[in-house]
Design a protein around this ligand. Structure first.
Ligand code: NAD
Length: 424
């Protein structure tokens, strides 16, 4: 066990959860004590008050954060979240998970994450733009194509990335597309980036089905969080022949045991900004949704949804973690006693997003852009390798899939740190 950490500013249930996962893996890998806190504690954390002028002439101040978890293997990489519950501790946990995810998939990055504690839907477009530009201005000393490259996460999108790219580029005096990924294609974004995370989830679900020897066309799926990741995962699963029987978002959920008409649902969402109220199904709460019997359950919203309370009751064969940190360590202990549930852990399951972000960054750096077929082929090759390595590790070492995926990621960062040595 590592010595007790000095007091730190990350105290939160989510950071605690990421630490518990790390400690378990560090024990399993028998990592030397001297390395544990170096691997675990974020290298840098930035916290900033972001003032903006509101449309009514008043001023509001929002708290913004950026955490860079480790700088050992290259620049740092990770999304920016706009959500009322963003805290430094949450951002630090998400940054740590990004580190293990990038290492698992072999990307030359450390993990990072950022966010602003705000309710984006309560801001006008111009307020959102001012907030994003001011936050970016504050981040300028610590981001850049060779330093730290943000991307979209909950509550942010291509437009937000375009504003970040613009604010940073104005400061540099020339266009710097490589400072963010998940930009519009017109500004140096990559084809397939917006869909990459959800498509990756569906690809890995199909690989899990191969392992379990079940057919997509015999399967049903339930998706919590019909945002970027969840909606694309649902559509991709449907294209594979899976029947999507329930979905939800922050506004509520909808279910139909005969299968939801996703095209009609998307039209409803475009109009009403929520799946709630969709006429092609019956209402269902987010709590009930997780317990619906199905073959594939995709949590694609926020952290800590599968808990000690419901882990014994979920009724799926594949738990495909589209979200980061959807399953608590207590729930993991329960799932460990339920071998009938095949878990595709978050750092593997949703890694398609950062993989195509990496392709976007590479394309920006060389100003040479690939077609979508090439991008998807390269993405699936990387996911295939990471999936096979995780399954093999899990079987060989007789550990669950999360421990296997985290072990592969943590071990690579550990070796990187050990090989580089400790300065001075
Ligand atoms: P998003 O903002 O596009 O969508 C989030 C969705 O979750 C929204 O539909 C929102 O209404 C819903 N939601 C929020 N609270 C909810 C609740 N309590 N119950 C049910 N639904 C709720 O965000 P996103 O980019 O799709 O991210 C979703 C998850 O995937 C997050 O955990 C994020 O960190 C993770 N992720 C995203 C990417 C990416 O490329 N965007 C990559 C990897 C992981």
């Amino acid at each position: 066990m590592s010595a007790k950490l000095a007091p730190h500013p990350y105290d939160s249930p989510i950071f605690d959860m990421a630490c518990q996962q790390f400690d378990k893996v560090a024990d399993f890998l028998e990592l030397p004590d001297a390395m544990r806190d170096r691997l675990k504690m974020p290298k840098r954390a930035f916290s900033v008050a972001v003032p903006i002028k509101r449309d009514d002439g008043s001023t509001s101040v929002y708290m913004g954060y950026r955490v860079q978890h480790h700088l050992t293997l290259g620049p740092t990489k990770g999304g920016i979240r706009y959500h009322p519950e963003v805290t430094l501790g949450e951002v630090a946990a998400l940054a740590m998970w990004m580190s293990w995810k990038c290492a698992l998939t072999g990307l030359p990055y450390g993990g990072a994450k950022g966010g602003i504690a705000c309710a984006p839907h309560e801001l006008s477009l111009t307020e959102l733009e001012r907030l994003t530009r001011r936050y970016t201005q504050e981040l300028i000393p610590i981001i850049g194509p060779q330093v730290d490259i943000p991307a979209p996460d909950v509550g942010t999108n291509e437009q937000v990335m375009a504003w970040i790219m613009d604010a940073y580029s104005i400061h540099q005096g020339h266009a710097v597309p490589g400072v963010v990924t998940g930009k519009p294609v017109l500004l140096g974004g990559s084809l397939g980036r917006r869909e990459a995370t959800g498509r990756g989830v569906a690809y890995l679900v199909s690989r899990a089905m191969d392992v379990l020897k079940i057919n997509a066309s015999d399967c049903t799926a339930v998706v919590q969080g019909y945002g970027n990741v969840g909606s694309v995962a649902a559509q991709s699963l449907a294209r594979q022949g899976v029947k999507v029987i329930a979905v939800s978002d922050a506004g509520g959920g909808v279910q139909n045991s005969k299968g939801l008409d996703l095209q009609a649902l998307d039209e409803h969402v475009a109009k009403h900004k929520t799946v709630a109220g969709f006429a092609g199904g019956d209402p269902v709460s987010n709590e009930e949704l997780l317990l619906i019997p199905c073959d594939v359950l995709v949590p694609a919203a926020l952290e800590r949804q599968i808990t000690a309370k419901n882990a014994g009751k979920i009724q799926c064969r594949i738990l495909a973690e589209g979200a980061n940190g959807p399953t608590t360590p207590e729930a993991d202990a329960i799932l460990a006693q339920r071998p009938e549930v095949f878990v595709i852990p978050d750092i593997l399951c949703n890694s398609g997003g950062v993989v195509v972000s990496y392709f976007e960054w590479v394309q920006d750096l060389q100003s040479f852009f690939w077609d979508e077929g090439e991008i998807m082929n390269k993405l699936y090759r990387i996911l295939e390798k990471a999936f096979n390595q995780t399954v093999t590790f899990s079987k060989k070492r007789n550990v669950d899939m999360r421990t296997a995926a985290l072990s592969l990621g943590v071990q690579r960062v550990f070796e990187g740190k050990q090989t580089r040595g400790l300065f001075p």
